[in-house]
Design a protein around this ligand. Structure first.
Ligand code: G3P
Ligand code: CA
Length: 353
C-alpha cells in the first residue's frame, strides 16, 4: 500500500470511529427514548431543572435565583431542604454556612457549626448574597447584598406566584441530621395543594409578575401536572419514608461514581433505587448511552446533574437523557429551543433586582 493511502486511512480513522460511536449510541439510547416514560409519570420531557435557582447568575437557593428561574421558564425549581434548630424548613445546600453567608463575621465562634444548631432568627442575621458578588464579580449586583436565606414556604410562594407555574424538585440534604423532615416537607406541600388533590395556587404576592414574560411564549404549567413535586435524595432511607408518606410523588435516587463503587456495580445502584420505586439522578459524568439505556430498561427516567454548557446539553440529549439540572437555565432554555438567548438584565429589572 502506498504511503499516501496509509496516511489517508489514518487521518480518516478517528472520524470513522466517532461516527460509529454515535451510531452505536443512537441504536442503544436515541434522543427521546424516555419521553413516553416521562409522560406516564406526569413529568415534562425534557425536564429542565433550575439547580439551586439560576445559581450561575444569582446567589444559590435565594429569592433572586428562584424568581429569575421562574420568570425565564424553568420546568422545576430545585432546592436542598434542611431545618433550623427551631424547626423551620429552609433551602440551603451545604451542611454549614461558611461558603454562602457571612457567618464568620456574625457568629465567629460558631462559624463551622451545622445549620441545624442555629435558630431561624439567628439565620436571618446573615447575608446570603454578598459571597456571590465576591466569588462571581462578573455577575455581581448591589441588590444581592444582604439577601436572606429562603424558607421552603417562601419557595412555594415563588413557584406559585408568577405567569409560569414551575414544579418543585426538593432534595433532603443529609437527612439523617433531620429526623422527620420528610413528613414536614410533605405536610407543608400538602397544605399548599402540591400533594394529593391539586388545588389552584393562591393569589400572587405581586400581580405584575403574573404578566407574560417578554420572550417566553410557551407557558410552563408543571404545577398542574401529576409530577408537580419530585423528591430526590442520595439517601434511599429518606426516599423510603417519602414512599410511605406520599407514594404518588415521583422519587429520584441521586448517585455518583462513589455510590457505584460502594454498591459494587451500576446495576446494584439501580436495584437500590428500585426498592423504593425511584427514578435515577446520576452525576453528569455518568451520562453515557449504555447507562441511560439500562435505566430506561427498568422503567425509570433519568435526570443528570449538573450540566451547564450547551455542548454538554447536546451530548447528553444525544445519549437519550430525560432531563438535566443546570445552574444556567437560560442556556438550557435557549439550547432546547424554548426561547432565544434572553436579555438577563431585563429579567432582573422585572423581578426587582
Ligand atoms: O439534586 C441534584 C444535584 O443537586 C445533586 O447534587 O450536591 O448539587 O445537591 P448537589
Ligand atoms: Ca440538590
Amino acid at each position: 500500500m502506498r504511503l499516501k493511502t496509509i496516511l489517508i486511512i489514518l487521518a480518516a480513522l478517528p472520524f470513522v470511529l466517532i461516527a460509529l460511536f454515535f451510531l452505536y449510541s443512537y441504536l442503544l439510547s436515541p434522543p427521546g427514548s424516555g419521553q413516553d416514560l416521562s409522560r406516564q409519570k406526569g413529568v415534562p420531557f425534557p425536564a429542565l431543572m433550575a439547580h439551586r435557582g439560576v445559581s450561575g447568575l444569582a446567589p444559590e437557593e435565594t429569592r433572586p435565583a428562584y424568581l429569575l428561574a421562574r420568570e425565564l421558564g424553568a420546568d422545576y425549581l430545585e432546592a436542598d431542604i434542611q431545618r433550623t434548630k427551631d424547626g423551620v424548613l429552609i433551602a440551603l445546600h451545604d451542611d454549614d454556612l461558611t461558603r454562602t453567608t457571612n457567618i464568620e463575621e456574625v457568629f465567629p465562634d460558631r462559624a463551622k457549626d451545622g445549620v441545624e444548631t442555629f435558630t431561624f432568627a439567628e439565620l436571618m442575621k446573615l447575608d446570603a448574597g454578598s459571597w456571590f458578588n465576591e466569588t462571581h464579580p462578573q455577575w455581581a449586583r448591589p441588590s444581592f447584598v444582604d439577601t436572606k436565606i429562603l424558607t421552603l414556604a417562601e419557595l412555594v410562594d415563588i413557584a406559585d406566584g408568577g405567569y409560569h407555574k414551575p414544579g418543585l424538585y426538593l432534595e433532603t440534604k443529609s437527612p439523617e441530621r433531620f429526623p422527620g423532615i420528610e413528613k414536614e416537607i410533605i405536610d407543608l406541600l400538602a397544605k399548599r395543594g402540591w400533594v394529593g388533590e391539586a388545588s389552584e395556587p393562591g393569589a400572587s404576592e405581586d400581580a405584575s409578575l403574573e404578566e407574560a414574560p417578554m420572550d417566553a411564549p410557551d407557558r410552563v404549567n408543571v404545577r398542574n401536572m401529576p409530577g408537580r413535586l419530585i423528591v430526590q435524595s442520595f439517601s434511599v432511607e429518606s426516599l423510603e419514608i417519602f414512599k410511605e408518606l406520599a407514594p404518588e410523588v415521583p422519587r429520584v435516587f441521586l448517585f455518583g461514581q462513589g455510590t457505584v463503587e460502594e454498591s459494587g456495580s451500576f446495576e446494584a445502584v439501580l436495584e437500590q433505587a428500585q426498592t423504593v420505586n425511584a427514578n435515577a439522578g446520576p452525576s453528569g459524568y455518568m451520562a453515557w448511552p449504555w447507562y441511560t439505556s439500562k435505566i430506561h430498561a427498568r422503567g425509570m427516567i433519568v435526570h443528570y446533574y449538573t450540566i451547564n454548557q450547551s455542548w454538554q446539553m447536546w451530548l447528553i440529549n444525544q445519549f437519550g437523557a430525560d432531563g438535566i439540572f443546570t445552574d444556567r437555565i437560560d442556556i438550557a432554555l435557549d439550547y432546547f429551543g424554548r426561547m432565544e438567548e434572553p436579555d438577563i438584565e431585563e429579567y432582573f429589572k422585572k423581578i426587582g433586582y
